[in-house]
Every structure is written in C-alpha cells, then in structure tokens.
Ligand binder design. Structure first.
Ligand SMILES: [Zn+2]
Length: 253
C-alpha cells in the first residue's frame, strides 16, 4: 500500500526534492551534502538532489510550492550573503518554510523512529488554516562558507521529576550563508498549562543568532557574529549550535 501524504489523505505519489531546484541552481552545488537524521550517524550524499516520497502531487505542486515562492526573495538574498531586513511578515513566511522542511525530514526518516510532528500539526499547515505548531521557536544565523546541510534530532527532559515530560525536535538547516534552527516542544498534557522555557547550553546565542519566531519587530540579518565551522573560539562554532539543546533537566520555574 502506498504511503499516505504527510499533509493530507492522498497517497504519497510525488517525489519531493528536499532542496528546491531554485536553491540548488543558486548554490550550483556539486559538493557532497551532509544530511543527518535523528540519532543515526551522519551520512555524506554526493548527490545534492535528495528526494523523499512523502507527499502527494497536489500538496507538492500547490501550497508547498507557494511557500517556496513566497520565501525566494529574502532567502535568496541571505543565501548570497546580502544584508536583509526581515519584517514580521517575512519572519512568519520563513518560519513556515523551515517548519515544512522539518516536517518532511521528520516524516520521512529511514530509521525506526516515530515522527515527532503529529498528523494534526502537519495537516494544519495547509491552507486555509496555515497554522504553525505551537511551542515552536526559530532562529537565524550566518555561516561564512556556503553550505548545504540539514540535521534533525530529538531531546527529552523531565519536569517536576516526571521523566520525558517534554520532547523537543530540533532541525538545523544551512542553505548558502543562511543558517536556520527550528525547535518545537511537545509537553505531556499534565504540563500543558505550565509555562516552560526551553533551556540550552550556554553560548553566545544573543550575538550569533536572531530570533525570528515568535516574530517581534523587524530583524536585520546577519546577526552581529557569524558561526564558524572550525574552532576556536568555540562559542561561535556551528557544532555548538547543532547540539545546544542536548540537555534535559527540570526547567520549571
Ligand atoms: Zn497531500
């Protein structure tokens, strides 16, 4: 039986490029792409045209393609290292793009891993609702070397001595000079009304990153400092960004 589309009840009959052709054409990437999923080892894929069969043609060519189009102007500028002022509307559009990528990677994992995003969270992304999953935070950074990377991982933590009270899914995406990190937190229903602020490892996040979701005022990319591929100084290392949520502790106030 054909797999169901991640976003609707149709069969997943469309092979969706993880990277849209406009991104690949711009990067002219023949470089190996580093793709990491969950806790499996990183693998190097020589072909940057990585396709996953997880969505239907109608979704892929319809609203998903619209999200690509809506984000092209500001993403194209940042991928090519051009200073960009992002108004709250653009921040929301970019958040939708990044969450969509996170959901496709999350839902097409080749390893035995239950997808993090629920069917409800995924289908709510479609118009007319266009709802973003609650408990989501998004940051932007800059990397000096043009790259192409996507990585996804899970972390769990306890609240008031209840183990695995929250589950975070963290997706880090690098396209050109633009770095995007998405964190969505799921909490057990008993903590649904508790205000929980995710806590990460200490770092120079306030100068390395711009918070774009929830959106609040205009943001100018790039942030004050760029992330670096090789340390030191370690506080600006991109590896630190990817693993910064790998802690779990009681974070209730
Ligand atoms: Zn569909």
């Amino acid at each position: 039986m054909a797999k169901q589309c991640l976003f609707c009840p149709q069969p997943a009959n469309s092979a969706e490029d993880v990277w849209s052709s406009w991104i690949l054409e711009d990067l002219e990437s023949n470089e190996p792409m580093r793709i990491t999923r969950g806790k499996i080892k990183s693998e190097w894929i020589d072909n940057s045209r990585v396709r996953v069969k997880a969505v239907c043609k109608k979704c892929n060519n319809g609203w998903m393609s619209d999200i690509e189009g809506e984000n092209k102007p500001h993403m194209f500028a940042m991928m090519n290292d051009k200073r960009t002022v992002l108004e709250p509307v653009a921040q929301k559009l970019l958040t939708r793009w990044a969450i969509l990528k996170a959901m496709v990677i999350d839902g097409s994992s080749p390893v035995k891993r239950t997808p993090f995003y629920s069917e409800c969270e995924r289908t709510n992304m479609r118009p007319p609702l266009r709802a973003l999953p609650i408990g989501t935070l998004v940051w932007l950074g800059r990397i000096p070397v043009r790259s192409l990377h996507v990585g996804l991982g899970d972390t769990f933590g306890e609240i008031s001595n209840v183990p695995k009270a929250f589950h975070n899914c963290i997706t880090t995406i690098v396209v050109g000079h633009l770095v995007i990190q998405v964190l969505t937190m799921h909490v057990l229903p008993m903590f649904a009304t508790t205000r929980i602020k995710p806590i990460c490892k200490p770092g120079a996040w306030d100068v390395n990153l711009l918070d774009i979701w929830p959106a609040f005022g205009n943001k100018t990319w790039p942030p004050a400092f760029s992330l670096i591929l090789k340390g030191p100084p370690w506080e600006h290392h991109v590896g630190g960004l990817i693993t910064r949520w790998s802690i779990g502790e009681d974070i209730t106030k």
